[in-house]
Design a protein around this ligand. Structure first.
Ligand code: ADP
Ligand code: MG
Ligand code: MG
Length: 207
């Protein structure tokens, strides 16, 4: 993936999140404060504005991701702003600074991003957070490291299932944890956002 393709991906994510904004708010209304869709859309709209100004044009993917992280942290707010911001920032830190980036480099970057999210948010697998989708989809990438096209297709499939599986979990982190057992029976909104990222990756041309 080069920087031009990363920019296309960010635009696709923005579109996907817009289309799902109300759905994400509804999911969050059931177990949180109902703002998750609004939050992530605010972040990616700000990214779209930077793209429109051409501010990412001359960067490497690593540099673009770093700017994306800063925007997410400052625009999303709440508890998920720092989490999504850290995901992007630590992905940037874990990514080689080359014009073109390959699957093995992204695997390292995503691992670094997940580590950052877990250090900050302390969520483990099964706590009903975005981590429940991030970890299995990364494992799917690793299993398919020799076939990048298949890897991202399969990662989306894994992410979809993992997102749906958060429904049966009891929240141990974030606002939903205040509900205890009453959080069972609802899909975690942040997990849907991570699934939508994977869906977006498969909508754009990546080489
Ligand atoms: P807020 O709770 O501040 O309103 P959002 O509604 O935007 O923030 O985001 C909620 C999402 O953040 C949850 O669905 C969950 O996936 C994710 N989340 C919350 N706490 C954590 C955590 N400690 N670690 C990882 N993800 C978390
Ligand atoms: Mg919320
Ligand atoms: Mg909130």
């Amino acid at each position: 993936m080069n920087n031009r393709q990363l920019i296309k991906l960010l635009e696709e994510i923005n579109k996907e999140l817009h289309e799902n904004k109300e759905y994400l708010n509804q999911l969050d209304a059931a177990i949180g404060d109902g703002d998750h869709g609004t939050n992530v859309v605010r972040g990616f709209e700000a990214i779209q504005e930077e793209i429109n100004k051409g501010n990412f044009d001359d960067l490497t993917p690593k540099q673009t991701l770093k700017d994306v992280a800063m925007i997410l942290m400052s625009k999303i707010g709440g508890s998920s702003g720092p989490l999504f911001g850290t995901l992007a920032l630590q992905m940037s830190n874990g990514l080689d600074d080359t014009e073109r980036t390959y699957l093995d480099q992204w695997i390292k970057a995503i691992q670094s991003g997940i580590d950052g999210v877990q250090v900050l948010g302390k969520a483990q697998l099964g706590d009903k957070t975005m981590v429940d989708v991030l970890i299995p989809s990364l494992e799917t990438l690793e299993k398919n490291i020799n076939d990048p096209h298949k890897a991202i297709k399969e990662a989306e499939v894994t992410a979809k299932k993992a997102m749906e599986d958060t429904k049966d979990l009891e929240a141990k982190k974030g606002r939903a944890a205040y509900l205890g057992k009453r959080s069972i029976g609802h899909i975690d909104p942040g997990s849907v956002t991570i699934y939508l990222l994977w869906k977006s990756i498969n909508q754009v041309e990546i080489s």
